[in-house]
Ligand binder design. Structure first.
Ligand SMILES: Nc1nc2c(ncn2[C@@H]2O[C@H](COP(=O)(O)OP(=O)(O)OP(=O)(O)O)[C@@H](O)[C@H]2O)c(=O)[nH]1
Ligand SMILES: [Mg+2]
Length: 210
């Protein structure tokens, strides 16, 4: 296999090469295999943090704030926003971009959205490859945001070293969360929107169920 210059650029952390590599693996383009092969010897540096939760729970807002904290500590961060609900680039992805906007000019941050193409298994494979590409490109952390709480997210959570569930209080369905396996996959449950009523009660219920 001929590894041409742009793959060297990818491993050196070049942003243009990174964008191209992510497009190759997302769309399974002809050079996707070469990208995966080039990344393989360079894996395992990044800590992968999976952030999942219901639509609108505040995942992107939290990730944006987390990225600020990590940048303050001198860490570089790749962010992947996965939207299994939409086969087309929808509003949620735009929302992610808006909430990451403060990091737009920062060379230590790279944000990429992945939309569902075809079946869910395909998406989780694409997400895992995108994580590997960002890892090989040298980011200290890769944060993966996934919409929803269900089987697809549990699949994607398998690639994460740390799994965070962002909980939206007020729905009163914390028991449902326990049944859906959320408590089993989560290393950390963040009861978000603590300014809204019901957050304390939700936190107590989740704590009791854990
Ligand atoms: N009241 C309140 N609103 C919040 C908080 N965090 C985020 N929001 C708002 O909740 C809405 C959704 O926030 P996002 O960060 O886009 O949530 P998300 O989970 O990434 O949404 P999707 O990616 O579309 O599923 C926005 O209007 C935010 O401003 C919070 O702590 N309190
Ligand atoms: Mg979001």
């Amino acid at each position: 296999m001929v590894v041409d210059g742009w793959l060297d650029d990818l491993l050196a952390g070049d942003r243009g090469a990174l964008a191209r590599a992510l497009t190759e693996v997302e769309n399974e383009l002809p050079e996707a295999r070469a990208v995966i092969a080039a990344c393989a010897p360079r894996l395992g540096h990044a800590v992968v943090v999976g952030v999942t939760g219901a639509p609108g729970a505040g995942k992107s807002t939290l990730v944006g704030a987390y990225v600020s904290v990590l940048r303050g500590a001198g860490k570089t961060v790749g962010v992947i926003a996965v939207d299994p609900s939409s086969p087309f680039n929808g509003g949620a992805l735009l929302g992610d971009r808006i909430r990451m906007a403060e990091h737009a000019g920062d060379p230590g941050v790279f944000v990429r959205s992945l939309a569902a193409r075809g079946h869910l298994g395909g998406l989780s494979r694409t997400a895992s490859r995108a994580i590997d590409v960002m890892d090989a490109a040298g980011f200290d952390l890769v944060v993966v945001e996934t919409v929803g709480v269900g089987q697809s997210e549990i699949e994607i959570a398998e690639f994460a070293d740390v799994r965070v569930v962002v909980w939206l209080p007020g729905g009163g369905d914390e028991i449902q969360a326990a049944k859906a396996g959320v408590l089993e996959i989560a290393d950390l449950i963040v009861v978000n929107k603590a300014d809204l009523p019901g957050a304390d009660r939700a936190a107590r219920t989740l704590e009791a169920a854990a």
